[in-house]
Design a protein around this ligand. Structure first.
Ligand code: SF4
Ligand code: SF4
Length: 79
């Protein structure tokens, strides 16, 4: 199984530097997630389809649109 980015509060648009959820007004951490999770669009400038482990493979989440400059939550680092 490939390692991929976790979908948790620490990668969510509602997560603040003070570890508070802006939606729920509660203290959260990387141990939590909810149905309103919204991935921070720009985690790392270098992460994109062309350097994703899944690029051009059967487990790519969006094979028809995967391209340079694109990124999705299934991105996984090459090892
Ligand atoms: S509780 Fe939900 S909305 Fe709040 S930071 Fe976590 S995933 Fe995002
Ligand atoms: S669409 Fe997602 S899974 Fe597919 S290559 Fe791009 S980042 Fe990886």
């Amino acid at each position: 199984m490939s390692i991929r980015l976790a979908s948790n509060c620490s990668h969510c648009n509602s997560f603040t530097a003070a570890h508070l959820c802006k939606k729920h007004k509660l203290k959260v951490s990387e141990e939590y997630v909810c149905d309103q999770f919204s991935l921070i669009a720009k985690l790392d400038d270098s992460a994109q389809c062309t350097n994703c482990l899944r690029h051009g493979k059967e487990d790519c989440a969006h094979p028809n649109v995967a391209a340079e400059g694109m990124l999705c939550s299934s991105w996984a680092p090459k090892v």
